[in-house]
Design a binder for this molecule. Structure first.
Ligand SMILES: [Zn+2]
Length: 135
């Protein structure tokens, strides 16, 4: 007996520096709700990395959620950097997270700089909309 079923030691794709199983995994499995807008943002990035369309839909406000997800299998996500957060804490009703996500699409480097907005919906954080930044 050297292992148990809980032996996944992979670090979380969101770049938090902690293990996936104690970072975004409980959110993606919906066993826990992300406590802050930033945590939800990180979990959504991880869902993009893992092509988890179900979770991306779940974490999107139903009024804004696209009917069909267009996840591009050619996109390889390379990293997430949180630039700034406004509100989005446990006691807030809305929150904003500015981030840069780097990727490669068909081998070509791409950089997404977005200001995402989040709101409380059914007692959990959801993504409402994002504004691209040209900064
Ligand atoms: Zn994570």
């Amino acid at each position: 007996m050297t292992n148990n079923n809980d032996n996944d030691t992979s670090s979380c794709p969101c770049g938090s520096g902690t293990l996936f199983k104690v970072c975004c995994q409980p959110y993606l499995e919906k066993s826990q709700a992300a406590p802050t807008a930033e945590a939800l943002m990180r979990s959504r990035y991880t869902a993009f990395v893992q092509y988890d369309e179900d979770y991306l839909g779940y974490s999107w406000h139903p009024d804004n959620r696209p009917k069909v997800m267009h996840l591009n299998a050619e996109t390889k996500w390379l990293g997430l950097k949180i630039i700034n957060t406004v509100d989005g804490n446990i006691d807030d009703k809305t929150g904003e997270v500015e981030f840069v996500a780097r990727s490669k699409i068909n081998g070509k480097a791409s950089r997404l700089h977005e200001n995402s907005q989040f709101a409380r919906f059914e007692n959990r954080w959801v993504y409402t909309k994002g504004k691209l930044s040209n900064k």
